[in-house]
Design a protein around this ligand. Structure first.
Ligand SMILES: NC(=O)c1ccc[n+]([C@@H]2O[C@H](COP(=O)([O-])OP(=O)(O)OC[C@H]3O[C@@H](n4cnc5c(N)ncnc54)[C@H](O)[C@@H]3O)[C@@H](O)[C@H]2O)c1
Length: 333
């Protein structure tokens, strides 16, 4: 049985608890939150331990094998480093943290302790994403020439007002791209490779009392020569899902509404996202990322999505912010 402690008993901590509950050979052994009453709500029905910090768990001799970091974005690195130092493996929610220095501290601690770190980007585990990745790896799209991705989401003002960290520069680290669009941006980077330059515009047009963007767009020059675009918003009503296209010299692909359409000279192929009854495909993909981490630990291999991936997505987000701020093209290499 793999014991997992959830740190952060908020919205996504609750999702993690359900994912872990559904996995054979794993259980929520503890819930840690600075708000111990919130931790108790999640821990109680599972018979899990409640603590206000990881050190409190350590003092009680109740350290788990894996710590899942589900707290506000700016605190991810500190908690991941502490968990690693206490001898635990770590799954950290996106973004890895909000600065490259923080990401580097996690990498240094992982290296020093020899422990494993996975970074959540569950959309890679959707059937549509996996099938597109397979088609690209098999060379079926030919030479990749470019791609686009959009996250036209909607978050009412009440979403930002619901947590004192939401929409702040120093704790959320950004807005529509850092918090929401990073999922889709990570997919584009996964398919098209290293981003070399970004040229962006960003603004806050439809919300009050937030310090960050609610709409952002960028052109990306990839190291391969391919060109792409990313658009992210929390002010696009009515919200629709992520749309992504990848173009190549022998085939092209679009993912929209939970369906991948691959187009070739001789016809189309379609792959639909799937999930068992009672699950959304996104939660099912999130669960698959957990299963991958547990399998990676058992097999002594690296998890499918690790620190370099988390750092790469964060570097692209920060480069896009710098470009929007300075009205210049920013080099990421
Ligand atoms: N993968 C996804 O699809 C997804 C979805 C939503 C949120 N997230 C990520 O999850 C993280 C949390 O988001 P949320 O919406 O659950 O936030 P939330 O505000 O609902 O929950 C955060 C929790 O962390 C606790 N906390 C803060 N600092 C702590 C500390 N030092 N130690 C212990 N507990 C602490 C808070 O008390 C709160 O209960 C964010 O980084 C966000 O980007 C990921």
């Amino acid at each position: 049985m793999t014991d997992i402690a959830i740190v952060g008993a908020g919205f996504i901590g609750g999702v993690h608890a359900r994912l872990i509950d559904s996995l054979d050979g794993a259980r929520v052994s503890a819930v840690v939150d600075t708000d111990v009453e919130k931790a108790a709500l999640l821990a109680g029905p599972r018979g899990a331990r409640v603590a206000g910090s990881l050190d409190e768990l350590a003092a009680a001799g109740a350290l788990p094998a894996v710590v899942s970091v589900c707290t506000v974005s700016a605190g991810h690195a500190d908690l991941a480093v502490r968990a690693l130092e206490l001898g635990c493996d770590v799954l950290v929610e996106k973004p890895i943290d909000i600065t490259l220095d923080a990401a580097a501290r996690v990498a240094e601690a992982a290296e020093r302790t020899g422990r494993t770190v996975g970074v959540v980007s569950q959309r890679r585990f959707l059937d549509s994403s996996a099938a597109l990745r397979q088609a690209i790896d098999a060379g079926r799209l030919g030479h990749l020439t470019g791609g686009t991705v959009e996250s036209p989401f909607f978050r009412p003002q009440s979403y930002y007002d619901s947590g004192d960290w939401r929409g702040t520069r120093d704790r959320d680290g950004g807005g529509a791209l850092m918090n929401q669009g990073i999922h889709a941006l990570d997919l584009l980077l996964w398919f098209l490779g290293e981003a070399a330059t970004v040229t962006a515009a960003a603004s806050c047009v439809a919300h009050e009392r937030i310090e960050v963007e609610d709409v952002v767009g960028a052109a990306i020059g990839f190291a391969s020569g391919a060109v792409g675009t990313v658009f992210a918003s929390t002010a696009a009503f009515p919200e629709s899902g992520v749309r992504l296209s990848v173009f190549g010299t022998e085939g092209s692909a679009t993912v929209a509404d939970g369906r991948l359409t691959l187009r070739f000279a001789d016809g189309e192929e379609i792959v639909d996202d799937s999930a068992p009854e009672g699950w959304t495909s996104i939660d099912w993909a999130h669960r698959a990322q957990y299963a991958d981490l547990l399998d990676a630990r058992a097999a002594g291999r690296a998890p499918a999505i690790g620190l370099p991936d988390g750092r790469r997505a964060l570097a692209a987000v920060l480069g896009i912010y710098e470009s929007a701020r300075t009205a210049r093209t920013v080099s990421l290499t």
